[in-house]
Design a protein around this ligand. Sequence first.
Ligand code: F6R
Length: 595
Amino acid sequence: MCGIFGMIGKSNVVPNVLGGIEGLEYRGYDSAGIGYIEKNKVKVIKQVGEIKNLKTEVGRVNPVSFNCVAHTRWATHGKPNKTNAHPFVSTNKDFCLVHNGIIENYAELKKQLNCKFLSETDSEVILKLIEKYYCENMLETLVKVSKLLKGSYALAIISSKEPDKLFVSKMVSPCVVGISADGTKVCSDINGIGKVDYSYVLENNNFAVLTVDGIKIYNEKLEQVKLKKIKVEKSDINNKGKFDYFMQKEIYEIPNSVNNTVNLYQTFEQFEKVLPKTIVKKTKNIIIVGCGTAYHAGLMGRKIFEQNLNINIKNELASEFIYSKFVPPKNTLMIFVSQSGETADTLKALKIAKQYGLKTIAITNVKNSSISFIADYCFYTLAGAEVAVASTKAYVSQLSMFYLLASYFKEVIMDKIGLVESTANNLKNISKQINLTKFNILANNVANDIYLSQSLYMIGRNFDYVTALESSLKLKEISYIHSEAYASGELKHGTISLIDNNTFVFAFLTEKDLLEKSLSNVNEVISRGGKVILLTQYNLKSDNVYKLIKLNNIDEFYMPIVVIVIMQLIAFHVSVLKKLNPDKPRSLAKSVTVE
Ligand code: F6R
Protein backbone atom coordinates (compact mmCIF):
# COMPACT_ATOMS: atom_id res chain seq x y z
CA MET A 1 0.00 0.00 0.00
CA CYS A 2 1.09 3.49 -0.88
CA GLY A 3 3.27 3.69 -3.94
CA ILE A 4 6.51 5.57 -4.15
CA PHE A 5 8.43 6.35 -7.28
CA GLY A 6 11.43 8.57 -7.90
CA MET A 7 13.86 9.33 -10.68
CA ILE A 8 16.98 11.35 -11.26
CA GLY A 9 17.81 11.81 -14.94
CA LYS A 10 19.53 13.72 -17.69
CA SER A 11 16.44 15.61 -18.78
CA ASN A 12 13.06 16.55 -17.29
CA VAL A 13 11.92 13.47 -15.34
CA VAL A 14 8.54 14.79 -14.18
CA PRO A 15 6.60 12.95 -16.95
CA ASN A 16 8.49 9.70 -16.16
CA VAL A 17 7.72 10.03 -12.47
CA LEU A 18 4.04 10.75 -13.08
CA GLY A 19 3.90 7.70 -15.38
CA GLY A 20 5.68 5.68 -12.71
CA ILE A 21 3.28 6.65 -9.97
CA GLU A 22 0.31 5.97 -12.22
CA GLY A 23 1.49 2.38 -12.55
CA LEU A 24 1.36 2.13 -8.74
CA GLU A 25 -2.10 3.60 -8.29
CA TYR A 26 -3.51 0.20 -7.29
CA ARG A 27 -1.51 0.60 -4.07
CA GLY A 28 -3.65 3.52 -2.96
CA TYR A 29 -5.59 6.36 -4.46
CA ASP A 30 -6.61 8.67 -1.62
CA SER A 31 -4.25 11.44 -2.66
CA ALA A 32 -1.04 11.87 -4.63
CA GLY A 33 1.88 14.26 -4.87
CA ILE A 34 5.25 14.99 -6.40
CA GLY A 35 8.28 16.70 -4.91
CA TYR A 36 11.02 17.98 -7.19
CA ILE A 37 14.10 20.11 -7.39
CA GLU A 38 13.80 23.07 -9.72
CA LYS A 39 16.53 25.69 -9.89
CA ASN A 40 18.05 24.17 -6.74
CA LYS A 41 14.85 24.64 -4.75
CA VAL A 42 12.55 21.94 -3.37
CA LYS A 43 8.99 22.25 -4.65
CA VAL A 44 5.86 20.19 -4.12
CA ILE A 45 2.50 19.67 -5.83
CA LYS A 46 -0.22 17.59 -4.11
CA GLN A 47 -3.83 16.76 -4.85
CA VAL A 48 -6.57 14.79 -3.13
CA GLY A 49 -8.04 11.80 -4.99
CA GLU A 50 -6.76 9.86 -7.95
CA ILE A 51 -3.56 10.61 -9.83
CA LYS A 52 -5.48 12.20 -12.69
CA ASN A 53 -6.19 15.14 -10.36
CA LEU A 54 -2.48 15.50 -9.64
CA LYS A 55 -1.69 15.31 -13.35
CA THR A 56 -4.06 18.17 -14.12
CA GLU A 57 -2.37 20.35 -11.52
CA VAL A 58 1.12 19.38 -12.70
CA GLY A 59 0.05 20.23 -16.26
CA ARG A 60 -0.95 23.69 -15.06
CA VAL A 61 2.29 24.37 -13.14
CA ASN A 62 4.46 22.67 -15.79
CA PRO A 63 7.54 21.95 -13.66
CA VAL A 64 10.90 20.99 -15.15
CA SER A 65 13.13 18.89 -12.93
CA PHE A 66 15.93 16.35 -13.17
CA ASN A 67 15.30 14.98 -9.70
CA CYS A 68 11.79 14.12 -8.58
CA VAL A 69 9.93 11.83 -6.14
CA ALA A 70 6.24 10.94 -6.08
CA HIS A 71 3.70 9.20 -3.88
CA THR A 72 0.21 7.75 -4.16
CA ARG A 73 -1.41 7.30 -0.75
CA TRP A 74 -3.52 4.73 1.06
CA ALA A 75 -4.22 6.51 4.32
CA THR A 76 -3.04 4.82 7.51
CA HIS A 77 -2.63 7.84 9.81
CA GLY A 78 -4.85 10.83 9.17
CA LYS A 79 -7.60 11.61 6.71
CA PRO A 80 -7.05 11.54 2.97
CA ASN A 81 -6.63 15.31 2.55
CA LYS A 82 -4.01 17.56 1.00
CA THR A 83 -2.21 18.24 4.30
CA ASN A 84 -1.72 14.54 4.95
CA ALA A 85 -0.72 13.80 1.36
CA HIS A 86 2.95 13.14 0.60
CA PRO A 87 5.56 14.45 -0.11
CA PHE A 88 6.39 16.33 3.06
CA VAL A 89 8.77 19.28 3.02
CA SER A 90 10.93 20.34 5.97
CA THR A 91 10.36 23.70 7.66
CA ASN A 92 13.61 25.02 6.23
CA LYS A 93 12.39 23.87 2.77
CA ASP A 94 15.62 21.91 2.22
CA PHE A 95 14.29 18.35 2.34
CA CYS A 96 11.40 16.51 0.76
CA LEU A 97 10.31 12.98 1.58
CA VAL A 98 7.90 10.25 0.48
CA HIS A 99 7.26 7.21 2.65
CA ASN A 100 5.59 3.83 2.28
CA GLY A 101 5.11 1.85 5.50
CA ILE A 102 4.26 2.62 9.11
CA ILE A 103 6.42 4.23 11.77
CA GLU A 104 5.19 2.43 14.86
CA ASN A 105 6.90 4.69 17.43
CA TYR A 106 5.86 7.95 15.74
CA ALA A 107 3.82 9.18 18.71
CA GLU A 108 6.76 8.74 21.07
CA LEU A 109 9.13 10.43 18.59
CA LYS A 110 6.72 13.32 18.10
CA LYS A 111 6.67 13.89 21.84
CA GLN A 112 10.47 13.85 22.03
CA LEU A 113 10.82 16.24 19.10
CA ASN A 114 8.39 18.68 20.65
CA CYS A 115 7.93 20.76 17.50
CA LYS A 116 5.03 21.79 15.27
CA PHE A 117 3.61 19.11 12.98
CA LEU A 118 1.43 20.09 10.06
CA SER A 119 -0.05 16.69 9.26
CA GLU A 120 -1.57 13.84 11.25
CA THR A 121 0.75 11.32 9.60
CA ASP A 122 3.45 9.13 11.05
CA SER A 123 5.68 9.96 8.06
CA GLU A 124 6.22 13.62 8.90
CA VAL A 125 8.16 12.61 11.99
CA ILE A 126 10.93 11.15 9.78
CA LEU A 127 11.33 14.48 8.05
CA LYS A 128 11.56 16.34 11.34
CA LEU A 129 14.23 13.92 12.50
CA ILE A 130 16.19 14.48 9.29
CA GLU A 131 15.93 18.21 9.80
CA LYS A 132 17.14 17.90 13.38
CA TYR A 133 20.06 15.58 12.72
CA TYR A 134 21.19 16.76 9.29
CA CYS A 135 25.02 16.87 9.25
CA GLU A 136 25.59 18.23 5.73
CA ASN A 137 25.54 14.62 4.51
CA MET A 138 22.15 13.05 3.83
CA LEU A 139 23.43 9.48 3.71
CA GLU A 140 24.97 9.72 7.18
CA THR A 141 21.90 11.56 8.47
CA LEU A 142 19.60 8.88 7.12
CA VAL A 143 21.59 6.11 8.79
CA LYS A 144 21.43 7.98 12.09
CA VAL A 145 17.68 8.65 11.77
CA SER A 146 16.86 5.09 10.75
CA LYS A 147 18.24 3.87 14.10
CA LEU A 148 15.49 5.85 15.83
CA LEU A 149 12.65 4.45 13.75
CA LYS A 150 10.58 1.38 14.59
CA GLY A 151 8.31 -0.12 11.96
CA SER A 152 8.44 -0.37 8.20
CA TYR A 153 9.54 2.05 5.55
CA ALA A 154 10.66 2.61 2.03
CA LEU A 155 11.80 6.21 1.84
CA ALA A 156 12.78 8.41 -1.06
CA ILE A 157 14.29 11.79 -0.22
CA ILE A 158 15.56 14.74 -2.22
CA SER A 159 17.39 17.76 -0.86
CA SER A 160 18.31 21.19 -2.16
CA LYS A 161 21.58 20.81 -0.24
CA GLU A 162 22.56 17.77 -2.34
CA PRO A 163 20.45 18.35 -5.48
CA ASP A 164 22.22 15.81 -7.67
CA LYS A 165 21.33 12.85 -5.49
CA LEU A 166 18.19 10.94 -4.61
CA PHE A 167 18.38 9.08 -1.29
CA VAL A 168 16.59 5.86 -0.49
CA SER A 169 16.30 3.70 2.58
CA LYS A 170 14.44 0.47 3.26
CA MET A 171 13.16 -1.49 6.24
CA VAL A 172 10.53 -4.22 5.67
CA SER A 173 8.54 -2.31 3.00
CA PRO A 174 9.49 -3.39 -0.51
CA CYS A 175 11.86 -1.13 -2.41
CA VAL A 176 13.64 -1.53 -5.74
CA VAL A 177 16.21 0.70 -7.43
CA GLY A 178 17.11 0.45 -11.10
CA ILE A 179 19.33 1.90 -13.81
CA SER A 180 18.22 2.93 -17.29
CA ALA A 181 19.81 4.90 -20.10
CA ASP A 182 17.77 7.95 -19.06
CA GLY A 183 18.68 7.89 -15.39
CA THR A 184 18.16 5.97 -12.17
CA LYS A 185 14.89 5.13 -10.46
CA VAL A 186 13.39 3.98 -7.20
CA CYS A 187 10.06 2.23 -6.86
CA SER A 188 8.05 0.46 -4.18
CA ASP A 189 7.16 -2.37 -6.57
CA ILE A 190 9.40 -4.44 -8.80
CA ASN A 191 6.65 -4.62 -11.42
CA GLY A 192 6.30 -0.86 -11.43
CA ILE A 193 9.87 0.28 -12.04
CA GLY A 194 9.34 0.33 -15.80
CA LYS A 195 12.12 0.28 -18.37
CA VAL A 196 15.48 -0.34 -16.67
CA ASP A 197 18.57 -2.25 -17.75
CA TYR A 198 18.70 -3.95 -14.38
CA SER A 199 17.62 -3.36 -10.83
CA TYR A 200 18.47 -4.19 -7.24
CA VAL A 201 15.92 -5.34 -4.68
CA LEU A 202 16.99 -3.57 -1.48
CA GLU A 203 17.32 -5.47 1.77
CA ASN A 204 16.50 -4.29 5.28
CA ASN A 205 18.80 -1.51 6.46
CA ASN A 206 20.02 -0.75 2.95
CA PHE A 207 20.59 2.86 2.00
CA ALA A 208 20.91 3.79 -1.65
CA VAL A 209 22.28 6.93 -3.24
CA LEU A 210 21.02 7.45 -6.78
CA THR A 211 22.81 9.78 -9.17
CA VAL A 212 22.09 10.37 -12.82
CA ASP A 213 24.38 7.57 -13.94
CA GLY A 214 24.74 5.19 -11.02
CA ILE A 215 23.53 3.68 -7.77
CA LYS A 216 25.56 3.05 -4.65
CA ILE A 217 24.09 0.89 -1.90
CA TYR A 218 25.28 0.93 1.72
CA ASN A 219 24.56 -0.90 4.95
CA GLU A 220 23.98 0.70 8.33
CA LYS A 221 27.76 0.78 8.94
CA LEU A 222 28.04 2.89 5.79
CA GLU A 223 29.94 0.12 4.06
CA GLN A 224 29.12 -0.29 0.39
CA VAL A 225 27.21 -3.53 -0.32
CA LYS A 226 26.91 -5.48 -3.52
CA LEU A 227 23.45 -6.84 -4.27
CA LYS A 228 22.45 -9.25 -7.00
CA LYS A 229 21.62 -7.55 -10.29
CA ILE A 230 18.11 -8.39 -11.38
CA LYS A 231 16.84 -8.26 -14.91
CA VAL A 232 13.33 -6.81 -14.81
CA GLU A 233 10.86 -8.43 -17.16
CA LYS A 234 8.73 -6.11 -19.26
CA SER A 235 5.43 -5.49 -17.55
CA ASP A 236 2.41 -3.85 -19.17
CA ILE A 237 1.15 -2.64 -15.85
CA ASN A 238 -0.42 0.54 -17.33
CA ASN A 239 -2.18 -1.12 -20.24
CA LYS A 240 -5.87 -2.09 -20.14
CA GLY A 241 -5.81 -3.27 -23.75
CA LYS A 242 -9.28 -3.31 -25.28
CA PHE A 243 -10.99 -3.39 -21.89
CA ASP A 244 -12.50 -0.58 -19.86
CA TYR A 245 -11.24 -1.98 -16.57
CA PHE A 246 -8.21 -3.95 -15.41
CA MET A 247 -10.46 -6.36 -13.53
CA GLN A 248 -12.31 -7.28 -16.71
CA LYS A 249 -9.05 -7.68 -18.63
CA GLU A 250 -7.61 -9.85 -15.89
CA ILE A 251 -10.66 -12.14 -15.80
CA TYR A 252 -10.35 -12.58 -19.56
CA GLU A 253 -6.70 -13.54 -19.03
CA ILE A 254 -7.62 -16.47 -16.77
CA PRO A 255 -7.34 -19.27 -19.36
CA ASN A 256 -3.85 -18.03 -20.29
CA SER A 257 -2.86 -17.65 -16.66
CA VAL A 258 -3.81 -21.26 -15.98
CA ASN A 259 -1.96 -22.51 -19.06
CA ASN A 260 1.17 -20.48 -18.35
CA THR A 261 1.29 -21.73 -14.77
CA VAL A 262 0.75 -25.32 -15.88
CA ASN A 263 3.46 -25.04 -18.54
CA LEU A 264 5.96 -24.17 -15.85
CA TYR A 265 5.11 -27.22 -13.71
CA GLN A 266 3.75 -29.91 -15.98
CA THR A 267 6.28 -32.64 -15.26
CA PHE A 268 7.54 -34.42 -12.18
CA GLU A 269 11.05 -33.18 -12.99
CA GLN A 270 9.94 -29.54 -13.05
CA PHE A 271 8.59 -29.99 -9.52
CA GLU A 272 11.60 -31.89 -8.30
CA LYS A 273 13.87 -29.03 -9.36
CA VAL A 274 12.03 -26.72 -6.94
CA LEU A 275 11.02 -29.06 -4.12
CA PRO A 276 13.19 -32.13 -3.43
CA LYS A 277 11.43 -35.47 -2.96
CA THR A 278 13.09 -35.90 0.43
CA ILE A 279 11.22 -32.90 1.79
CA VAL A 280 7.89 -34.27 0.57
CA LYS A 281 8.60 -37.69 2.07
CA LYS A 282 9.42 -36.21 5.49
CA THR A 283 6.24 -34.10 5.60
CA LYS A 284 3.66 -35.25 8.14
CA ASN A 285 1.71 -31.99 8.53
CA ILE A 286 1.02 -29.05 6.26
CA ILE A 287 -0.12 -25.58 7.30
CA ILE A 288 -1.28 -23.27 4.54
CA VAL A 289 -1.15 -19.55 5.29
CA GLY A 290 -2.43 -16.46 3.48
CA CYS A 291 -4.71 -13.44 3.67
CA GLY A 292 -7.99 -12.64 1.92
CA THR A 293 -8.28 -14.30 -1.45
CA ALA A 294 -4.92 -16.01 -1.02
CA TYR A 295 -6.26 -17.53 2.23
CA HIS A 296 -9.27 -18.82 0.30
CA ALA A 297 -6.94 -20.35 -2.29
CA GLY A 298 -5.26 -22.08 0.65
CA LEU A 299 -8.63 -23.37 1.94
CA MET A 300 -9.25 -24.86 -1.48
CA GLY A 301 -5.66 -26.13 -1.50
CA ARG A 302 -6.36 -28.06 1.68
CA LYS A 303 -9.41 -29.73 0.15
CA ILE A 304 -7.44 -30.60 -2.98
CA PHE A 305 -4.61 -32.12 -0.91
CA GLU A 306 -7.03 -34.04 1.31
CA GLN A 307 -8.65 -35.57 -1.74
CA ASN A 308 -5.29 -37.01 -2.63
CA LEU A 309 -3.34 -37.72 0.49
CA ASN A 310 -3.29 -38.76 4.05
CA ILE A 311 -1.49 -35.76 5.54
CA ASN A 312 -2.73 -33.51 8.36
CA ILE A 313 -3.53 -30.15 6.88
CA LYS A 314 -4.52 -26.90 8.54
CA ASN A 315 -5.21 -23.42 7.27
CA GLU A 316 -4.17 -20.28 9.08
CA LEU A 317 -4.92 -16.64 8.45
CA ALA A 318 -1.51 -14.97 8.45
CA SER A 319 -2.72 -12.16 10.72
CA GLU A 320 -3.87 -14.73 13.31
CA PHE A 321 -0.98 -17.16 12.99
CA ILE A 322 1.50 -14.46 13.97
CA TYR A 323 -0.15 -14.15 17.39
CA SER A 324 -0.93 -17.82 17.88
CA LYS A 325 0.80 -19.69 20.67
CA PHE A 326 0.63 -22.90 18.68
CA VAL A 327 4.09 -24.18 17.77
CA PRO A 328 3.81 -26.52 14.78
CA PRO A 329 5.56 -29.88 15.16
CA LYS A 330 8.98 -30.36 13.55
CA ASN A 331 7.87 -32.33 10.49
CA THR A 332 5.47 -29.59 9.40
CA LEU A 333 5.77 -27.99 6.01
CA MET A 334 4.29 -24.52 5.72
CA ILE A 335 2.91 -23.14 2.47
CA PHE A 336 2.54 -19.37 2.12
CA VAL A 337 0.27 -18.08 -0.62
CA SER A 338 0.58 -14.47 -1.76
CA GLN A 339 -0.11 -12.93 -5.14
CA SER A 340 2.09 -9.91 -4.45
CA GLY A 341 4.64 -11.69 -2.32
CA GLU A 342 4.74 -8.53 -0.19
CA THR A 343 1.78 -8.85 2.20
CA ALA A 344 3.13 -7.81 5.60
CA ASP A 345 1.14 -10.36 7.66
CA THR A 346 2.10 -13.25 5.38
CA LEU A 347 5.77 -12.25 5.44
CA LYS A 348 5.73 -12.01 9.23
CA ALA A 349 4.13 -15.46 9.50
CA LEU A 350 6.77 -16.83 7.12
CA LYS A 351 9.57 -15.42 9.25
CA ILE A 352 8.02 -17.01 12.35
CA ALA A 353 7.85 -20.37 10.57
CA LYS A 354 11.52 -20.05 9.73
CA GLN A 355 12.34 -19.23 13.35
CA TYR A 356 10.61 -22.51 14.29
CA GLY A 357 13.03 -24.21 11.90
CA LEU A 358 10.23 -25.42 9.59
CA LYS A 359 10.55 -25.89 5.86
CA THR A 360 8.60 -23.29 3.91
CA ILE A 361 7.11 -23.03 0.44
CA ALA A 362 5.97 -19.79 -1.21
CA ILE A 363 3.35 -19.65 -3.94
CA THR A 364 3.54 -16.19 -5.45
CA ASN A 365 2.82 -14.33 -8.65
CA VAL A 366 5.67 -11.84 -8.45
CA LYS A 367 9.23 -12.77 -9.32
CA ASN A 368 11.81 -11.42 -6.90
CA SER A 369 9.15 -10.44 -4.39
CA SER A 370 10.16 -10.55 -0.72
CA ILE A 371 8.43 -13.89 -0.13
CA SER A 372 10.43 -15.49 -2.94
CA PHE A 373 13.69 -14.63 -1.20
CA ILE A 374 12.63 -15.74 2.28
CA ALA A 375 10.86 -19.06 1.65
CA ASP A 376 12.97 -22.19 1.20
CA TYR A 377 11.15 -23.19 -1.98
CA CYS A 378 9.22 -20.96 -4.33
CA PHE A 379 6.56 -21.80 -6.92
CA TYR A 380 5.46 -19.07 -9.29
CA THR A 381 1.98 -18.67 -10.65
CA LEU A 382 2.36 -17.11 -14.06
CA ALA A 383 -0.79 -15.03 -14.07
CA GLY A 384 1.07 -11.89 -15.16
CA ALA A 385 0.81 -8.55 -13.37
CA GLU A 386 -2.49 -8.22 -11.53
CA VAL A 387 -3.42 -4.56 -11.23
CA ALA A 388 -7.11 -4.50 -10.24
CA VAL A 389 -7.44 -4.49 -6.47
CA ALA A 390 -9.74 -7.52 -6.50
CA SER A 391 -7.72 -10.64 -7.15
CA THR A 392 -9.11 -12.77 -9.99
CA LYS A 393 -6.63 -14.46 -12.31
CA ALA A 394 -4.11 -14.85 -9.49
CA TYR A 395 -6.68 -16.84 -7.44
CA VAL A 396 -7.42 -19.22 -10.29
CA SER A 397 -3.69 -19.67 -10.92
CA GLN A 398 -3.17 -20.38 -7.21
CA LEU A 399 -5.84 -23.10 -7.41
CA SER A 400 -4.10 -24.57 -10.46
CA MET A 401 -0.86 -24.59 -8.51
CA PHE A 402 -2.50 -26.52 -5.66
CA TYR A 403 -3.90 -29.16 -8.03
CA LEU A 404 -0.40 -29.64 -9.48
CA LEU A 405 1.43 -29.55 -6.15
CA ALA A 406 -0.95 -32.08 -4.59
CA SER A 407 -0.39 -34.45 -7.50
CA TYR A 408 3.39 -34.08 -7.09
CA PHE A 409 3.03 -35.03 -3.41
CA LYS A 410 0.88 -37.99 -4.35
CA GLU A 411 3.33 -39.11 -7.00
CA VAL A 412 6.21 -38.98 -4.50
CA ILE A 413 4.41 -40.47 -1.49
CA MET A 414 2.39 -43.16 -3.26
CA ASP A 415 4.97 -43.87 -5.91
CA LYS A 416 2.41 -43.40 -8.69
CA ILE A 417 3.89 -42.37 -11.99
CA GLY A 418 2.40 -39.73 -14.33
CA LEU A 419 0.09 -37.92 -11.89
CA VAL A 420 1.62 -34.49 -12.40
CA GLU A 421 1.36 -34.86 -16.16
CA SER A 422 -2.24 -36.02 -16.11
CA THR A 423 -3.21 -33.18 -13.75
CA ALA A 424 -1.46 -30.72 -16.07
CA ASN A 425 -3.44 -32.10 -19.03
CA ASN A 426 -6.68 -31.93 -17.06
CA LEU A 427 -6.04 -28.32 -16.14
CA LYS A 428 -5.29 -27.40 -19.74
CA ASN A 429 -8.57 -29.00 -20.80
CA ILE A 430 -10.46 -27.26 -18.03
CA SER A 431 -9.07 -23.88 -19.11
CA LYS A 432 -10.81 -24.48 -22.45
CA GLN A 433 -14.13 -24.77 -20.60
CA ILE A 434 -13.86 -21.18 -19.42
CA ASN A 435 -16.11 -19.70 -22.07
CA LEU A 436 -15.77 -16.03 -21.29
CA THR A 437 -18.24 -14.75 -23.87
CA LYS A 438 -20.96 -17.03 -22.54
CA PHE A 439 -20.05 -16.43 -18.90
CA ASN A 440 -20.04 -12.68 -19.43
CA ILE A 441 -23.59 -12.58 -20.83
CA LEU A 442 -24.80 -14.80 -18.04
CA ALA A 443 -23.05 -12.76 -15.36
CA ASN A 444 -24.43 -9.51 -16.69
CA ASN A 445 -27.90 -10.99 -16.57
CA VAL A 446 -27.55 -12.13 -12.95
CA ALA A 447 -25.94 -8.83 -11.97
CA ASN A 448 -29.06 -7.02 -13.18
CA ASP A 449 -31.14 -9.15 -10.81
CA ILE A 450 -29.09 -8.52 -7.70
CA TYR A 451 -27.37 -5.14 -7.98
CA LEU A 452 -29.95 -3.27 -5.90
CA SER A 453 -29.73 -5.76 -3.01
CA GLN A 454 -28.55 -4.54 0.37
CA SER A 455 -27.51 -7.96 1.54
CA LEU A 456 -27.30 -11.50 0.21
CA TYR A 457 -25.97 -14.96 1.05
CA MET A 458 -23.90 -17.63 -0.65
CA ILE A 459 -24.03 -21.26 0.42
CA GLY A 460 -22.21 -24.45 -0.43
CA ARG A 461 -20.64 -27.54 1.08
CA ASN A 462 -17.01 -28.68 0.97
CA PHE A 463 -15.30 -27.25 -2.18
CA ASP A 464 -18.46 -25.25 -2.91
CA TYR A 465 -18.27 -23.64 0.51
CA VAL A 466 -14.83 -22.24 -0.32
CA THR A 467 -16.19 -20.99 -3.64
CA ALA A 468 -18.96 -19.27 -1.67
CA LEU A 469 -16.40 -17.62 0.62
CA GLU A 470 -14.32 -16.28 -2.25
CA SER A 471 -17.33 -15.23 -4.35
CA SER A 472 -18.75 -13.40 -1.36
CA LEU A 473 -15.49 -11.54 -0.73
CA LYS A 474 -15.32 -10.51 -4.38
CA LEU A 475 -18.85 -9.13 -4.39
CA LYS A 476 -18.40 -7.28 -1.09
CA GLU A 477 -15.16 -5.58 -1.96
CA ILE A 478 -16.16 -4.06 -5.29
CA SER A 479 -19.97 -3.67 -5.03
CA TYR A 480 -20.34 -2.79 -1.32
CA ILE A 481 -23.27 -5.21 -1.06
CA HIS A 482 -23.17 -7.08 2.20
CA SER A 483 -22.64 -10.73 1.35
CA GLU A 484 -22.17 -13.62 3.73
CA ALA A 485 -20.88 -17.03 2.80
CA TYR A 486 -22.23 -19.97 4.78
CA ALA A 487 -21.57 -23.65 4.86
CA SER A 488 -24.97 -24.88 3.64
CA GLY A 489 -25.51 -27.05 6.68
CA GLU A 490 -24.76 -24.19 9.08
CA LEU A 491 -27.48 -21.86 7.85
CA LYS A 492 -30.16 -23.48 9.97
CA HIS A 493 -28.08 -22.94 13.11
CA GLY A 494 -28.87 -19.23 13.21
CA THR A 495 -28.45 -17.23 10.04
CA ILE A 496 -31.54 -18.57 8.28
CA SER A 497 -33.56 -16.15 10.39
CA LEU A 498 -32.28 -13.39 8.11
CA ILE A 499 -33.75 -14.93 4.95
CA ASP A 500 -36.98 -13.30 3.77
CA ASN A 501 -38.81 -12.70 0.47
CA ASN A 502 -36.26 -10.18 -0.69
CA THR A 503 -33.11 -12.15 0.04
CA PHE A 504 -31.03 -13.53 -2.80
CA VAL A 505 -29.10 -16.69 -1.97
CA PHE A 506 -26.51 -18.14 -4.32
CA ALA A 507 -26.34 -21.91 -3.88
CA PHE A 508 -23.39 -23.85 -5.31
CA LEU A 509 -24.17 -27.53 -5.90
CA THR A 510 -21.34 -29.02 -7.91
CA GLU A 511 -20.54 -32.14 -5.86
CA LYS A 512 -22.57 -35.21 -6.69
CA ASP A 513 -22.15 -36.93 -3.32
CA LEU A 514 -23.50 -33.88 -1.51
CA LEU A 515 -26.44 -33.10 -3.77
CA GLU A 516 -29.19 -34.51 -1.59
CA LYS A 517 -28.10 -32.77 1.57
CA SER A 518 -27.40 -29.49 -0.24
CA LEU A 519 -30.78 -29.58 -1.95
CA SER A 520 -32.48 -29.87 1.44
CA ASN A 521 -30.69 -26.68 2.46
CA VAL A 522 -31.81 -24.96 -0.74
CA ASN A 523 -35.38 -25.97 0.02
CA GLU A 524 -35.09 -24.59 3.55
CA VAL A 525 -34.15 -21.25 2.01
CA ILE A 526 -36.96 -21.37 -0.57
CA SER A 527 -39.50 -22.20 2.17
CA ARG A 528 -38.55 -18.92 3.87
CA GLY A 529 -39.10 -16.95 0.66
CA GLY A 530 -35.42 -16.70 -0.31
CA LYS A 531 -34.67 -16.17 -4.01
CA VAL A 532 -32.20 -18.90 -4.86
CA ILE A 533 -29.74 -18.59 -7.73
CA LEU A 534 -28.57 -22.14 -8.17
CA LEU A 535 -25.31 -23.09 -9.88
CA THR A 536 -24.96 -26.74 -10.84
CA GLN A 537 -23.97 -29.04 -13.68
CA TYR A 538 -26.54 -31.64 -12.64
CA ASN A 539 -30.12 -31.96 -13.86
CA LEU A 540 -31.99 -30.82 -10.79
CA LYS A 541 -35.62 -29.95 -10.38
CA SER A 542 -35.58 -26.18 -10.46
CA ASP A 543 -39.25 -25.15 -10.39
CA ASN A 544 -38.94 -23.11 -7.24
CA VAL A 545 -35.55 -21.56 -7.75
CA TYR A 546 -35.33 -17.96 -8.89
CA LYS A 547 -32.66 -18.69 -11.47
CA LEU A 548 -30.72 -21.74 -12.55
CA ILE A 549 -27.19 -21.39 -13.86
CA LYS A 550 -26.45 -24.62 -15.66
CA LEU A 551 -22.73 -25.38 -15.68
CA ASN A 552 -20.87 -27.53 -18.18
CA ASN A 553 -20.56 -31.12 -17.10
CA ILE A 554 -16.82 -31.25 -16.41
CA ASP A 555 -14.87 -33.35 -13.90
CA GLU A 556 -16.32 -31.92 -10.68
CA PHE A 557 -12.93 -32.00 -8.95
CA TYR A 558 -11.93 -29.02 -11.12
CA MET A 559 -15.25 -27.18 -10.92
CA PRO A 560 -13.94 -24.52 -8.44
CA ILE A 561 -11.79 -23.14 -11.27
CA VAL A 562 -14.77 -22.61 -13.56
CA VAL A 563 -17.44 -21.46 -11.11
CA ILE A 564 -15.36 -18.72 -9.58
CA VAL A 565 -14.88 -17.07 -12.98
CA ILE A 566 -18.65 -16.67 -13.34
CA MET A 567 -18.86 -15.24 -9.84
CA GLN A 568 -15.97 -12.82 -10.46
CA LEU A 569 -17.80 -11.59 -13.56
CA ILE A 570 -21.04 -11.18 -11.61
CA ALA A 571 -19.22 -9.07 -9.00
CA PHE A 572 -17.64 -7.04 -11.78
CA HIS A 573 -20.96 -6.31 -13.51
CA VAL A 574 -22.69 -5.44 -10.25
CA SER A 575 -19.95 -2.91 -9.54
CA VAL A 576 -20.28 -1.35 -13.00
CA LEU A 577 -24.11 -1.28 -12.78
CA LYS A 578 -23.76 0.58 -9.50
CA LYS A 579 -21.54 3.09 -11.32
CA LEU A 580 -18.56 2.19 -9.16
CA ASN A 581 -15.01 1.66 -10.34
CA PRO A 582 -14.31 -2.07 -9.83
CA ASP A 583 -10.57 -1.47 -10.16
CA LYS A 584 -10.43 0.95 -7.27
CA PRO A 585 -12.87 -0.01 -4.50
CA ARG A 586 -13.16 2.45 -1.64
CA SER A 587 -10.83 2.05 1.34
CA LEU A 588 -8.86 -0.75 -0.30
CA ALA A 589 -5.50 -1.06 -1.99
CA LYS A 590 -3.56 -3.89 -3.48
CA SER A 591 -0.47 -5.31 -1.80
CA VAL A 592 -1.11 -4.77 1.89
CA THR A 593 2.39 -4.02 3.11
CA VAL A 594 1.35 -2.91 6.59
CA GLU A 595 0.20 -5.18 9.43
C1 F6R B 1 -9.14 -9.66 -2.53
C2 F6R B 1 -7.71 -9.48 -2.45
C3 F6R B 1 -7.07 -9.55 -1.10
C4 F6R B 1 -5.70 -10.23 -1.22
C5 F6R B 1 -4.96 -10.19 0.13
C6 F6R B 1 -3.64 -10.93 0.05
O1 F6R B 1 -9.59 -9.61 -3.85
O2 F6R B 1 -7.04 -9.27 -3.43
O3 F6R B 1 -7.87 -10.20 -0.19
O4 F6R B 1 -5.88 -11.54 -1.64
O5 F6R B 1 -4.73 -8.86 0.48
O6 F6R B 1 -2.81 -10.39 -0.92
P1 F6R B 1 -1.58 -11.20 -1.47
O7 F6R B 1 -2.11 -12.36 -2.23
O8 F6R B 1 -0.85 -10.23 -2.36
O9 F6R B 1 -0.77 -11.63 -0.29
